[in-house]
Design a binder for this molecule. Structure first.
Ligand code: ADP
Ligand code: MG
Length: 212
């Protein structure tokens, strides 16, 4: 459905923009927010407190576009900070929020808000990130976008962590830590280290059930 129709329905809606780092999720979120502002709709923008990469308050893209946002420590805080007059709610880096985020987003949409969410669909190992699977399932509109592979220039759907010794799922960082990679170059270095590259690891050697 065209954006202008979605936003004019008072029934509310959930839009999700997902993809790897550097794919332009935040650029797209800012683009949609600016269009809503041109339409004179009241917009509130939220981001998780954990993301302080560029700025404490602003949402900033890798191409250094920026827009003012409210940092929140939990999903519930979004409801607490919401004004009655708000028509559009934009949430960046939504994969970092707690388990209540899907209920909060659904509640906003039920109240008649257009909710624009942007976030990583996969972590650095290619596993579904946080509550993104549920969010993608309940969304009305999903856009999965790609970056450019830093090795070969192909479309990239993966976020590659350069230092694989750092194994925590959440490690906030920039291009000093992460690269966008196509599927071939996402697996490549792991395979290089592993001489049995084309054998499937035994079940007990795998560290989770998501790696396929
Ligand atoms: P995201 O929020 O998805 O991490 P941003 O919206 O912050 O992405 O930034 C997208 C911008 O990043 C692009 O328009 C481009 O200028 C820049 N960029 C840097 N590295 C890459 C890459 N490997 N692929 C695509 N864009 C890149
Ligand atoms: Mg971003």
């Amino acid at each position: 459905m065209p954006e202008f129709l979605l936003s004019s329905f008072r029934s509310g809606s959930i839009e999700v923009v997902c993809g790897p780092m550097f794919s332009g999720k935040t650029e797209e979120l800012i683009r949609r927010v600016r269009r809503a502002q041109i339409a004179r709709q009241k917009v509130q923008i939220f981001k998780p407190k954990i993301d302080k990469r560029y700025h404490e308050k602003n949402v900033v893209t890798h191409s250094l576009q920026s827009i003012n946002a409210e940092p929140v420590g939990s999903a519930i805080e979004i409801l607490e900070k919401l004004f009655d007059t708000t028509r559009v709610v934009a949430i960046d880096e939504i994969q970092f929020f707690d388990e209540l985020i899907v209920r909060v987003v659904s509640k906003l949409a039920r109240r008649g808000c257009r909710v624009i969410c942007a976030g990583l669909d996969q972590d650095y190992k290619g596993r579904p990130f946080g509550h993104m699977p549920e969010l993608l399932a309940v969304a009305d509109m999903v856009n999965k976008i790609q970056a450019v592979c830093t090795v070969c220039g192909a479309p990239a759907s993966k976020t590659y962590r350069k230092d694989l010794k750092k194994t925590e799922q959440v490690l906030v960082g920039e291009s000093e830590i992460y690269d966008a990679r196509c599927r071939t170059h996402f697996d490549y270095f792991d395979e290089d280290e592993n001489l049995l590259a084309y054998s499937i690891p035994k079940k007990e050697e795998r560290d989770d059930t998501f790696v396929i």
